[in-house]
Structures are given as structure tokens and as C-alpha cells.
Design a protein around this ligand. Structure first.
Ligand code: ADP
Ligand code: ZN
Length: 518
């Protein structure tokens, strides 16, 4: 008699009850069905394939992208008395032989394998002779060609569908918007009705998004609230992680850089320090991510705009996995938008893909510029509906709205009159009637929109322009100089002049902090 799922949960893991969708998924797979599991990081995906693999006759084959993670899982399972092994390229020949003996003899409950190893010579053929209980593909979003974790070898995993059509298949991930989800289902031939999508809310994370104004001062203020705690600061470039980490060390923090340019040993050492250290601040590019298993990360700060809402959700999701309060801060400015736009336009990809990327950027800007609850916008992106959360910056201090119709018209005409090629800072200077050499050289001190915006200050004009960009009334240029132009929607707006409510940027902590000190 195979042990029941609940039995395994208690005896192997020592837990009393399943969490969320776990039980339904486990039952579904034990019954021999496929499953797509979308669950946030820390949601408990591992049990969803481990338990059915043990409950069903045969060996569960788990495809996992990270050797380190695999080793941890296998060690933990073995400790609990589960017969688990990992097949990867690091394995010395004699251990490899012993492992194959176990596989052939049917002595394993779970076999972890790296995709590259799985696809290497003879492995699939030998596995064909073993009895499999299920096939689980972990971090399944890696097969999405459009995702930021794309791995070419993952793309070839559909060979498993052909070779083992009758073995239950599972695909698991923490990150998938609708298109990625559809791509995974189609590629692995898993039916929509086999999809399990778990609640994405992480109520213990407090979200805040602010204009990037004085980023170092803003970051310093944020970190002050997290003295003695571990967290991650995400930056866009390798150089910036180095510079920021060095600066933070000068400020007395135990800060380390992490990016793909460091050699393997240094990366591993830094990750170890973070994992086991008391209050390490990891200053990292997105290279730092998959495989972090630290429950007490108290904060995640983005000092550059992340790649997408999904990426943001996943990166901030590394905070507070222990369920205790954690905080996420994002700083962003118009330069970030220009840079991201440039990445998209300069990338060597088909137009269809660029369109998708642009709409992803729009969704992110929508989140950054919303006057409503951040969490509502964030979860809506994943198809979840919630009431305003009370635990984000906009819930705590609802932004003030004003009728921005006239301001928007002024900004758009100023962009138009200066030839639709100047960046945000220049447009703001012209609106404010700044006396500067560049404006004089272009003769823009002579045009009708020069100085028509003195009713607002620089900060408010910048915020207005960002919102016009987020609303897609203004486009950021493709050549990468951040030049602003009027979109078709912007032209419609100028023609029809509908009322446009805009938000006043929240007063910044850094400003208040500085004022208090001086
Ligand atoms: P994921 O792979 O989705 O990021 P894990 O499978 O690593 O998440 O699980 C996250 C943590 O939650 C682990 O420490 C795991 O042991 C714990 N966990 C999972 N399921 C349960 C449960 N039913 N009861 C208690 N703890 C659980
Ligand atoms: Zn909220």
C-alpha cells in the first residue's frame, strides 16, 4: 500500500497540514494527472512534486536548473530518510556509476537532474528503462524565450513529453504572467484545466515606490530603518553594484557586491556570507536571485527600475519569506524609463516581441505612477483582486490628485514646439523659463511655451512628465537620448482635451530628513 499524502507530510516533513493549494495539487498528481503549479516563492512548491513522487510507484524525475539548490534539496530529503539523488556534471565517475546502479535497481524515490545533463548523451535512453512516477520541471519559466531567465536547454525539455507521454508531468514556477503561462502550458502540453494558480499576495511586505531624486540619501534613509538586518539592493549594472557596495561599506554597512562579472568563487563566497551572515546587505544585479533561500531577508530595495512587474514581484518576494514584516522600496526616474525603452528598441528581436516588452514596461510604469493601492495594481497583474491593502505607501499616504488637464496641455505643446526631440530636463527648463545657454542657442527662449509653467516647481513638472509617459501620452525616443515626443494618444488628448487627474508626488523622506538635520 502506498503511504497516503498526509502520512508522508507528517512522517517525512513533520508538518501537520498542507498549505493553500498543496493538498489539491498533490492529490491531482497522485491520481496520475499533469499539473502546472504557479505559486509565489516560499509558497511550498517542493512538496507538490516530492510527495506524489514518493506516493506513486517508481522514481520521480525532477529537472532543476541550479546545482546548489539541488544539492540542498537532496541533502534535506536524505536526512528525512528519503531515497534521493542528483545527477549532474559535477559528479565524480564512481558516484555517477553508483547512482546509475540505484536508478536501474529502482532504489530511488527522487532523482534531481540538471537540464543539460538530462539532454546529454545516453541519459534519456537509460532513463527510459527506469520506472518513473512523475516528471517535474522546476523553475519552468526558464523555458520562456521572452523571460529574463531563459535557458536554451529548457526549451528542449519537450523531448520528455514525446518520450514519456503517459507519465504525469508537472511544471512549477513562481513567475509567470499570462503569456509566459500560456507558453509553458503549450510547450509542455499541459491542459489549462491542470493549472493551479496560488494566491500571490505577500501581505507582510510593505511596498513603496518613490521618485529617484537623491538616490543615495534615499537609500540611506531606507537602510536606517533596517539597521542590523539583512537585505538586497538591486542595481542595473555591474559597475553600480560595485560602487554602491563600496559606498555602503564606507557608511558602516556590511555590504557585498554580486553580479555575473565576479568570478565563481567570489560569487559563491558572497552568497554564503549573505545566507549565513547576520546583517549583510547584498548589492546585486538580477544575477542574484534564483536559489536564495534565506527566510529573514528584511528588505529589498531597487535603486534602478526593474525589468517588469513580474521581475519586481519576484525580486521583492525574496523579502520576508518567514512571514514577518519586510519592506520593499523602488526608486525610479525618467532616465530609467529612457534606458529601459532603449534596451527594448535596440534589442535584436522581432517587432512582436518588442511590442510585448513595451507593454510590460507600461505595466511597470502604471504600478509606479498609480494613485491607488500598490498591492492592488501588483496583484491585478497576476489576475488577483484584493481590497486596498493598508500596507503600502499609497495606502498609508494617499497621493493628492489635481486637475492636470492644463498642465498636460502645456507640457505637450512645449514638447511639440521644441521639435519633439529633447529630454525631460530640457522640457522642464523651457516650461519654467530657465535662462540657460542651451535654450538660448536653440532659440527656445523665443517660443510661446517658454516660461508658461511657472505655477509648478521642477519636481512637480518632472512628476507630470513621468505620468504623461506612464499614460503613454508621451513617448520616450528610440535612439536612446531620452527625447520626448507626442504619441497618437497624446495628439488625441490635445484635440479632445478630456479632464486628466494627475498625482502630486509625495513629500520625500530624504527631504524631510535633510531639513531636520540642517
Ligand atoms: P518554494 O519552492 O515554493 O519557494 P519551498 O517548497 O521551498 O517553497 O517551501 C518554502 C518553505 O515552506 C520551506 O521551508 C518548506 O519546508 C515550508 N513548507 C512547505 N509546505 C509546508 C507546510 N504544508 N507546512 C509547513 N511548512 C511548509
Ligand atoms: Zn495598499
Amino acid at each position: 500500500m502506498p503511504a497516503t499524502a498526509l502520512n508522508i507530510l507528517k512522517t517525512v516533513y513533520g508538518y501537520d497540514a498542507f498549505r493553500g493549494l498543496q493538498e489539491r495539487i498533490v492529490e491531482h498528481v497522485i491520481a496520475g494527472n499533469n499539473a502546472f503549479v504557479l505559486m509565489p516563492t516560499g509558497g511550498g512548491k517542493s512538496l507538490c512534486y516530492q510527495i506524489p513522487a514518493m506516493a506513486r510507484p517508481g522514481m520521480g524525475l525532477i529537472v532543476s536548473p541550479l546545482l546548489a539548490l539541488m544539492a540542498d534539496q537532496v541533502a534535506a530529503l536524505r536526512q528525512a530518510g528519503v531515497r534521493a539523488g542528483a545527477l549532474n556534471s559535477d559528479l565524480p565517475p564512481e558516484e555517477r556509476r553508483a547512482l546509475w546502479d540505484d536508478i536501474s535497481a529502482g532504489n530511488l524515490d527522487l532523482l534531481y537532474v540538471a537540464p543539460e545533463t538530462l539532454l546529454s548523451n545516453g541519459v534519456l535512453e537509460r532513463l527510459g528503462r527506469a520506472k518513473l512516477s512523475l516528471i517535474a520541471i522546476d523553475e519552468a519559466h526558464c523555458l520562456s524565450q521572452w523571460g529574463h531567465d531563459f535557458r536554451p536547454s529548457y526549451r528542449q525539455l519537450d523531448v520528455l513529453v514525446r518520450q514519456f507521454p503517459d507519465i504525469p508531468r508537472m511544471a512549477l514556477t513562481a513567475t509567470a504572467d499570462a503569456p509566459t503561462r500560456a507558453e509553458i502550458l503549450a510547450h509542455l502540453q499541459i491542459a489549462e484545466s491542470d493549472a493551479f494558480i496560488a494566491g500571490f499576495d505577500r501581505p507582510n511586505i510593505r511596498y513603496a515606490i518613490a521618485e529617484k531624486d537623491t538616490p543615495r540619501a534615499q537609500l540611506k534613509d531606507f537602510l536606517k530603518r533596517h539597521q542590523g538586518e539583512a537585505g538586497i539592493v538591486y542595481c542595473l549594472s555591474k559597475r553600480k553594484t560595485e560602487e554602491t557596495a563600496a559606498w555602503l561599506r564606507g557608511e558602516g554597512y556590511d555590504a557585498l557586491p554580486y553580479h555575473a562579472g565576479l568570478d565563481k568563487a567570489e560569487r559563491a563566497a558572497n552568497q554564503q556570507r549573505f545566507q549565513h551572515g547576520e546583517a549583510v546587505v547584498m548589492v546585486a544585479t538580477i544575477a542574484f536571485g534564483m536559489g536564495i533561500d534565506k527566510p529573514d531577508v528584511r528588505f529589498v530595495a531597487h535603486i534602478d527600475l526593474p525589468a517588469s512587474v513580474e521581475a519586481y514581484y519576484q525580486e521583492t518576494g525574496r523579502a520576508g519569506r518567514d512571514g514577518l514584516p519586510a519592506e520593499a522600496l523602488m526608486l525610479y526616474g525618467a532616465e530609467d524609463i529612457a534606458l529601459r525603452s532603449r534596451f527594448i528598441e535596440e534589442s535584436n528581436t522581432p517587432d512582436e516581441r518588442k511590442r510585448t516588452e513595451r507593454s510590460k514596461l507600461d505595466a511597470l510604469l502604471g504600478l509606479a505612477e498609480t494613485a491607488g493601492c500598490r498591492r492592488q495594481v501588483l496583484l491585478a497583474y497576476f489576475g488577483d483582486e484584493i481590497a486596498p491593502c493598508g500596507n503600502c505607501d499609497t495606502c498609508a499616504e494617499p497621493p493628492t490628485l489635481f486637475d492636470g488637464t492644463i498642465s498636460a496641455q502645456k507640457a505637450l505643446s512645449c514638447i511639440y514646439r521644441t521639435g519633439e526631440r529633447f529630454g525631460q530636463a530640457y522640457i522642464v527648463d523651457v516650461l519654467l523659463g530657465a535662462e540657460n545657454e542651451r535654450i538660448a542657442r536653440f532659440g527656445h527662449d523665443q517660443i510661446s511655451t517658454f516660461g508658461i509653467g511657472t505655477e509648478h516647481d521642477k519636481t512637480l513638472w518632472r512628476a507630470i512628465l513621468r505620468q504623461l509617459i506612464a499614460l503613454r501620452l508621451v513617448d520616450v525616443d528610440h535612439a536612446g537620448h531620452g527625447g520626448l515626443s507626442i504619441s497618437d494618444a497624446g495628439r488625441d488628448f490635445l484635440r479632445e482635451k478630456p479632464t486628466l487627474m494627475l498625482r502630486v508626488p509625495a513629500p520625500r523622506r530624504s527631504r524631510r530628513g535633510k531639513a531636520a538635520k540642517s
